[in-house]
Design a protein around this ligand. Structure first.
Ligand SMILES: NC(=O)c1ccc[n+]([C@@H]2O[C@H](COP(=O)([O-])OP(=O)(O)OC[C@H]3O[C@@H](n4cnc5c(N)ncnc54)[C@H](O)[C@@H]3O)[C@@H](O)[C@H]2O)c1
Length: 257
């Protein structure tokens, strides 16, 4: 197989959650620019409509579906729309995520902050993975890509406290391993991407925070959102057909310490 075919996603049906901004948008672009038909899912309908219009205007085959990943029926509806529009679901990227609204150590943080973070970052991934797997098991093939974080492997408190974020991302890393095993014989690969510090619309929140993150990173810089595209295309294509249950860390060297 040629290298171009090995990494191809041409004609594949894909779905990306949290696709209206940041890493989700970059990954949806990577798939669509390389010939995949993509359902973009987000709860921010205005931003979603804007990016979908721009991508369709550039000749991509994309569909926007407003959905909140914490709401199971709306996630199931988004997956059903992918099947109806594109005839199946080959690639599912569970990317939507938030940070602890409270930004405090655990004893000072609220129950609401904990629940809100777990609801998006863990329950949202559960909703998205299960809905996608139901289609993929029927098809006999598929690629699930969960976006966790380097903070799914180590705690962030050396820099800032994010208790629910750390718990949720660690859970996504281990859920990914569990699902990889459950579906290894079903033609479905389940992997995670664990980003370090990326510059996106929401992050970092200030230039001071950006400096702190760059200082903490051995490469002494933040990544740009587009730098996730290569990893995504690897995990979404036949190039990774023997790869399952892994977490690919893109962090400028943080976890190598
Ligand atoms: N940017 C980073 O440095 C970084 C580092 C590690 C991990 N991550 C992870 O990458 C993912 C994307 O991060 P980002 O920086 O691009 O974030 P972002 O805030 O720029 O974008 C997140 C998108 O998800 C959407 N979203 C949030 N909650 C949702 C919900 N309940 N239902 C549907 N959509 C929802 C938002 O509307 C937004 O469009 C997250 O899971 C995040 O934890 C990001």
């Amino acid at each position: 197989m040629s290298l171009t075919r090995l990494f191809s996603v041409d004609g594949k049906a894909a779905l990306v959650t949290g696709a209206a901004s940041g890493l989700g948008r970059a990954m949806a672009e990577a798939l669509a620019e390389n010939g995949a038909r993509v359902v973009l899912v987000d709860r921010d309908n205005a931003a979603l409509a804007d990016i979908v219009a721009r991508m369709n205007g550039a000749g991509r085959q994309v569909l926007g579906v407003e959905a909140d990943v914490t709401d199971l029926p709306s996630v199931e509806d988004a997956v059903a729309q992918s099947e109806a529009a594109f005839g199946g679901l080959d690639i599912c990227v569970a990317n939507a995520g938030i940070s602890d609204p409270d930004r405090a150590r655990l004893h000072e943080s609220s129950t609401e902050s904990w629940r809100a973070t777990i609801d998006v970052n863990l329950n949202g991934v559960f909703h998205t993975n299960r809905a996608a797997l139901r289609v993929m098991v029927r098809q006999g093939h598929g690629k699930i890509i969960n976006v966790a974080s380097m903070w799914g492997h180590v705690g962030p408190a050396g820099l800032f406290p994010r208790p629910a974020y750390a718990a949720s991302k660690g859970a996504v890393v281990n859920l990914t391993r569990e699902l990889a095993l459950e579906y290894a014989g079903s033609g479905i690969q389940v992997n995670a991407i664990c980003p370090g510090f990326f510059r996106t619309e929401g992050r970092p929140r200030s230039e001071d925070a950006a400096r702190l993150m760059a200082d903490y990173t051995p490469m002494k810089r933040l990544a740009e959102a587009d730098e996730i595209k290569g990893t995504l295309l690897y995990l979404a294509s036949a190039a990774s057909d023997f790869v399952t249950g892994t977490s690919l860390v893109i962090d400028g060297g943080v976890l190598a310490r």
